[in-house]
Structures are given as C-alpha cells and as structure tokens.
Design a protein around this ligand. Structure first.
Ligand code: FES
Length: 107
C-alpha cells in the first residue's frame, strides 16, 4: 500500500529511484525508508528469525524492535524502518547470521 495523495508527502515523494532486493530491481520514491519501499513493492517478509525460522518484517516501524533487519550494501543487520533508501542500494534478506566471528578467526 502506498499513499498517493497527501498534503505533505505529495511534495516529497515524487521522484522515482531504483534499488535491488535480493538482486531484483525495484522502483521506489526518493525519501522512502527501505522498509517502506519494500512494502510498496509487495515485500512483507524481510528475512527469517534464526532460532525458529519465522518470517520477519515490519513490526514497530520506529527502530525499536529489530524485526526489520536487512543487509544493505554488504552491511549486516541494518534497521530498514529507519534507514532512508538511496539510489542503487543493494538490499538483501536477513536470513542468517553473518560470518563475522568466523571471518575474524580465519584472518
Ligand atoms: S520494525 Fe521495529 S525496528 Fe524496524
């Protein structure tokens, strides 16, 4: 769902930008958050919980619950509901833990 007419948003969400979600090109509006852009494209599941493998997505919408983590431009665990989308961003589902510990040990 996307708000098409609003006295304030009408002026800010006009320009189209493009980003990638799981390598698929998607269109959004400049000024949207990453979570907002994903939902406007019909994406409700942003990842899976690591313990119970349950769907994760937008929950609080204000950066408090950590349910909306995604990977953006190779940075893990970015809170998508408070992160503004930028042109060409590469966003990936957060389906597993990053190999941070293993990377440190291997190097
Ligand atoms: S939805 Fe709760 S932190 Fe993003």
């Amino acid at each position: 769902m996307e708000i098409k007419q609003h006295p304030i948003l009408e002026k800010t969400l006009q320009d189209d930008i493009y980003f990638y979600f799981n390598d698929k090109k998607m269109k959004a509006k400049k000024g949207q958050t990453v979570a907002g852009a994903l939902m406007a494209n019909g994406i409700l599941e942003f990842g899976r919980s690591r313990k119970l493998n349950q769907a994760r997505g937008l929950y609080c919408g204000v950066g408090r619950c950590m349910s909306c983590y995604v990977t953006i431009n190779n940075q893990y665990h970015i809170i998508s509901c408070t992160t503004l989308l930028e042109e060409g961003m590469k966003v990936y589902s957060n389906n597993s833990d990053p190999k941070v510990g293993r990377d440190v040990i291997e190097n």
